[in-house]
Design a protein around this ligand. Structure first.
Ligand code: ZN
Length: 387
């Protein structure tokens, strides 16, 4: 029997207008609930030049290992014009068993489920876990993510905090609760290919050097071969050109420069450095001595990671199957998440609600799914701490 009500907790969280970088009352609400359950709660603000200060929360109960971390974010993306919503984005209305609001699935809903599961577990186990449970919650995930999880983890490490495992509550399921657990994420790298020529009149091409010829040949050569065939848990690494920028409005003018932006999503047999070398090798070969080029590589903190299937992943997988009747796919698809930072401190998996309506108008969640996800987290706590 679940005593704490995940639907009530979710409704309270959804009423907080916590559009990044605003705290919106969401962390204050969590602090209140978790303090009431015996957690030691820290509210930590991080900032750096040129960014908004962002509030974060770290709460722990217990002093022993193992230490299970529930990670997540309370910030949400802007709702857009309220008139487009059939229920106002921060009104937290329920209609026909569906709870509406910005953050319903991404990811206040799953945070509410985690809190409800933990409150219930503590109530049934004399108020303390057989180990430690923590909440590591940021208000900076949806934007540039520099004053959030990455800094909060470092702050924890400096205080001597160590973690055994983490569950991040991002929405992971494509269609039904139970579809998918994320056990890794691809790495990401942006770059801009720049080809320099010599400006001139189209009627006198021998007096100019057209960079458009060079850049199209190089782009073709880069994409002529795949980067790799994929690995056991990942699809193939992929380079996708996303924009070609010349900006030449004059039809009889050969431009001086052409640029092409691209993004690489890479799997667990590649490293950032080695991928850069491979792309530059392909460009050099296609360019020969006749095309002048360089690549501007953007700094990135999106590394590939994999939490290899083992007892922790198997236990969660089994619990999901028991509660939902669906054996979840173990996936590494999708964009980056804060798991890319957590993986440096402990093994991390992601399991939450459905991702179909995340960031959309009328974001919503079935209250039945909140109850089911709470049951999953609740059972995970029993198995993890060996009740
Ligand atoms: Zn999210």
């Amino acid at each position: 029997m679940t005593q704490a009500d995940p639907v009530a907790l979710a409704r309270d969280l959804l009423r907080c207008p916590s559009v990044t970088p605003a705290e919106g009352g969401a962390l204050a609400f969590m602090e209140n609930v978790l303090k009431g359950a015996g957690f030691t709660v820290h509210r930590v603000t991080f900032e750096e030049p040129g960014t908004d200060p962002i509030e974060n929360l770290y709460a722990r109960i217990g002093t022993e290992m193992p230490h299970l971390m529930f990670a997540g974010h309370t910030d949400v993306v802007p709702p857009g014009p309220e008139a487009n919503w059939s229920h106002p984005p921060f009104a937290s209305e329920i209609a026909n068993g569906i709870l509406y609001g910005r953050g319903a699935v991404d990811m206040k809903g799953s945070i509410a489920c985690k809190m409800a599961a933990v409150l219930d577990y503590l109530a049934e186990n004399g108020g303390t876990p057989k180990g430690s449970i923590s909440f590591l919650i940021t208000g900076d995930e949806e934007s540039i993510a520099v004053n959030g999880t990455i800094k909060l983890l470092k702050w924890c490490a400096e205080r001597g905090e160590t973690f055994s495992h983490a569950i991040l509550g991002e929405p992971t399921n494509p269609a039904k609760l139970g579809d998918m657990i994320k056990i890794g994420r691809r790495g990401s790298q942006n770059g801009t290919l720049v080809v320099t020529g010599t400006q001139g009149h189209v009627a006198y091409p021998e007096l100019a050097d057209n960079p458009v010829r060079g850049i199209t040949a190089i782009m073709h050569a880069i994409n002529a071969e795949t980067l790799d065939a994929g690995t056991e848990h990942f699809g193939p690494s992929n380079l996708e050109f996303t924009s070609i920028d010349i900006g030449n409005k004059t039809v009889n003018l050969i431009p001086a420069e052409a640029r092409a932006r691209f993004n690489i999503r890479f799997n667990d047999i590649r490293t950032r450095a080695e991928l850069r070398e491979e792309v530059e090798r392909r460009v050099a070969k296609a360019a020969g001595n006749s095309v002048r080029w360089h690549i501007d590589w953007e700094p990135s903190n999106s590394d590939v990671f994999l939490t290899a299937p083992g007892p922790f992943v198997a236990m969660i997988s089994k619990v999901v199957a028991e509660v939902t009747g669906i054996t979840p796919e173990l996936s590494t698809t999708g964009g980056t998440s804060d798991a890319r930072f957590i993986k440096d401190y402990c093994p991390v998996i992601e399991f939450g609600l459905m991702n179909g309506c995340a960031h959309k108008v009328d974001e919503h969640v079935a209250t039945a799914d909140l109850v089911a996800l709470t049951a999953i987290y609740r059972r995970v706590l029993d198995r993890y701490f060996g009740s």
